[in-house]
Write a protein of this length. Structure first.
Length: 119
């Protein structure tokens, strides 16, 4: 399979790994321009896995149009600008320790000791 214009690919490396895209332009033997569920960007051919589907598009096709075509082909599309919901972490159960009563020690008056020394 050759990476011609319209070929559906999956990115293997980087931030957009495991996301589908479409080849828009062939820059040279090592690089192509891709768009779709990934950012429109120049990508190394070694970081792409070509699929057997080819879409009928041209180089000037908008990102929105390419996303619609990918969705029709059955690929899941991420919605831009949607906040991600953080996973709920189980709360740690903290057992409260019982406080032991503190015994107060009475101070011994030193005056008694001084009186004995002086006598």
């Amino acid at each position: 399979m050759v990476l011609e214009i319209g070929r559906v690919v999956v990115k293997l490396a980087g931030r957009d790994a495991n996301k589908a895209g479409v080849v828009i332009k062939k820059i040279d033997n090592n690089y192509v321009l891709i768009d779709g569920n990934v950012r429109r960007k120049k990508c190394n051919v070694n970081h792409l896995e070509p699929l057997d589907k080819v879409l009928a598009i041209n180089e000037e096709e908008s990102t929105q149009k390419i996303r619609e075509l990918l969705k029709k082909e059955g690929f899941s599309i991420d919605k831009k600008g949607e906040k991600r919901v953080p996973k709920e972490k189980p709360k740690a159960i903290i057992s409260k320790k019982e406080k032991k009563p503190v015994e107060t020690k009475k101070a011994v008056k030193k005056t008694e000791n001084k009186d004995k020394k002086n006598a």
